[in-house]
Design a protein around this ligand. Structure first.
Ligand code: 8YV
Length: 322
């Protein structure tokens, strides 16, 4: 039996990442789509010193109780709301994530959702392809401008800042933000104005939700909040589905409280095909792809592998969350 630490690679990663882990560890890997099923992982976890996983897997008491050797769980994700931090602490298991490498990529997607919603790109794409473009465009199909409008960002962290830069430098937008604490850098460099959640919702033409999911941000957007938004404004969510009361969003859209929405995340993922949000022409949906470009997903996996190996060598991982 090898005395190298043993790792479960519970999602598909590149050969480079696998080889890097293989230099210091033995490993078992999942090569299918969508990550190793939990039942499979539970069978293997008692032998594991380390786990490399997506942020979609709950690291909870059930799993930790069956993992007597586990020292580290390394998320290939910046979000770590999948970690039960108290249980991990109690089981002496470290947790790491992958900040920085995905900031610009997620910000690009958010801007894509802003532009696509405002200019109704998917709706008009369907219109053209269905052969409905027979004469000049009816003005009921006209969209809204993005440039010079007001963008409100809830959650001004690294990704929020990258979105703000695009808004101010590329589109000459006015920038508002709401955050746990003031961010002097974005105030100085981007002219961002800090405001309460309510005034951000009342004043913004585009509201972008970019907070981590925590007990404080769960259900942050409910019917009171959608009521405060302008009927001409758009709501974009690229954080986590649980930050939004989806029923309230559905009602808000039905009642015309907002003009439209762009959603990368849902309370239940993969999204239920029966979810009424999928029925609105003015709701644009993508399947949680904020960071999903080949280059960035590889960079995230490599960063996660470095965190994992460092922890298993007894060194402090760069991106330790607990
Ligand atoms: C997803 C993310 O992991 O990093 C995060 O926290 O939410 C994303 O990077 C990725 O888009 C795949 O679902």
């Amino acid at each position: 039996m090898s005395n190298k630490p043993h790792v479960i690679i519970a999602m598909k990663v590149s050969e480079e990442v696998e080889n890097f882990i293989g230099e210091t560890c033995t490993y078992q890997k999942w090569t299918g789509e969508g990550g190793m099923p939990q039942a499979e992982l539970l069978k293997l976890i008692n032998e594991a010193d380390g786990l490399l996983t997506s942020g979609a897997r709950r690291i909870d008491k059930e799993l930790l109780d069956q993992a007597p050797r586990l020292k580290v769980v390394s998320n290939i994700a910046v979000g770590y709301n999948n970690f039960n931090l108290e249980e991990m602490k109690a089981h002496h298991v470290l947790g790491t994530h992958t900040p920085y490498v995905l900031d610009d990529t997620v910000a690009d997607l958010v801007f894509g959702l802003i532009l696509a919603s405002a200019r109704r790109i998917p709706e008009l794409d369907r219109f053209v392809k269905a052969g409905q473009w027979k004469k000049g465009m009816d003005e009921v199909l006209f969209g809204s401008d993005v440039h010079h409008k007001t963008l409100g960002i809830i959650g001004m962290g690294r990704i929020g800042k990258a979105i703000g830069q695009r808004a101010v430098k590329g589109f000459d937008m006015k920038l508002l933000y709401h955050n746990r604490s003031r961010n002097e850098e974005v105030e100085e460099n981007l002219g961002a104005k800090y405001c309460t959640l309510d005034s951000l919702l009342q004043e913004s033409d585009f509201v972008v939700l970019m907070t981590p999911l925590t007990p404080e941000t769960r259900d942050l957007m409910g019917s009171r909040e959608f009521d405060l938004m302008k009927p001409t404004s758009f709501f974009i969510n690229a954080s986590r589905g649980e930050t939004v009361d989806e029923q309230a969003l559905i009602e808000g859209l039905k009642q015309g409280k907002i003009r439209g929405a762009g959603l990368d995340v849902f309370r239940k993922e993969p999204v239920d095909p029966e979810n009424p949000l999928l029925q609105f022409p003015n709701v644009i949906t993508v399947p949680h792809i904020g960071s999903s470009t080949g280059l960035v997903r590889d960079a995230m996996a490599m960063r996660a592998a470095h965190n994992l190996v460092k922890a298993l060598k007894g060194e402090e991982p760069i991106d330790l969350v607990i």
